[in-house]
Design a protein around this ligand. Structure first.
Ligand code: MLT
Length: 246
């Protein structure tokens, strides 16, 4: 598993979403590394990491993060997961509670897919088999952000996406379980950051998470879409640093 590392201090692991890689955190890493030892891996099948296992799941992704941490001699971390990275971070919280201090979700949530979303994931998988992931997901950058710079960044990443990784990840997301009880148990160690203009995550979902765990910290960014770490990196970093203040 490839990872980028920067800074000293308590380890903070940043997990990217679908179909991206560690580079979405590049700007955030600069400010976060003043306080943390920041580690940003590429999930298997993405960026510079080796291929996705055929039976990939959120639990498997979480397991590969834990394997990396063991290899690095790290016992406890704060995890920050974006979207699909958040789903795998929730699975990490469930499987390895002793290894987790804080969980931060960015543009991510604790529920399993609705039947409608599942159906759309399976139809995207079918389109990928016909025209390839690059073409099947070509309209995604426009939905992720309204910022031309962010859209271009995502468009460039999309050129590198492997059909196999895209298909396997879509299936893994469709098959994931909810993480409601884990979220509740995290109490004040849980945080969620999201934009109110996210085409993938309605604000109502974030409000439901707040009701399920009233001790969690919730921050909504106005006019921001699915990628706050690219659209407003300094604000995102400042929010993360803030929760670690005494
Ligand atoms: C992501 O950004 O990782 C995906 O959009 C998540 C999802 O489709 O649920």
């Amino acid at each position: 598993m490839f990872y980028k590392e920067m800074g000293d201090g308590f380890p903070l692991v940043l997990i990217h979403g679908f179909p991206l890689d560690h580079s979405i955190w590049n700007e955030c890493m600069i400010s976060l590394s003043k306080k943390f030892r920041v580690i940003a891996p590429d999930l298997h099948g993405f960026g510079k990491s080796t291929d996705t296992p055929a039976n990939s799941s959120m639990a498997g992704m979480a397991h590969s993060i834990q394997t990396l941490l063991i290899r690095m001699g790290i016992e406890q971390v704060a995890l920050c997961g974006h979207s699909m990275g958040g789903y795998s971070a929730l699975s990490f919280a469930e499987q390895f509670p002793a290894s987790l201090r804080n969980l931060i979700l960015i543009s991510s949530h604790i529920f399993s897919d609705s039947e409608e979303i599942k159906k759309s994931r399976f139809s995207t998988m079918e389109v990928i088999t016909k025209v390839g992931a690059k073409n099947a997901l070509a309209n995604m950058p426009g939905k992720l952000s309204d910022q031309p710079k962010t859209q271009q960044f995502c468009m460039n990443l999309l050129q590198k996406i492997k059909d196999r990784s895209a298909t396997i990840s879509l299936k893994a997301m469709a098959e994931r379980r909810d993480a409601i009880s884990v979220w509740k148990e995290l109490e004040d160690r849980a945080m969620v950051l999201a934009g109110d203009s996210d085409n993938f995550l309605p604000i109502g979902t974030i409000r439901e998470m707040e009701a399920i765990n009233p001790l969690s910290s919730v921050k909504i960014f106005e006019g921001v879409g699915h990628l706050p770490m690219l659209d407003i990196p300094n604000i995102v970093s400042a929010e993360i640093i803030e929760i670690f203040k005494e």
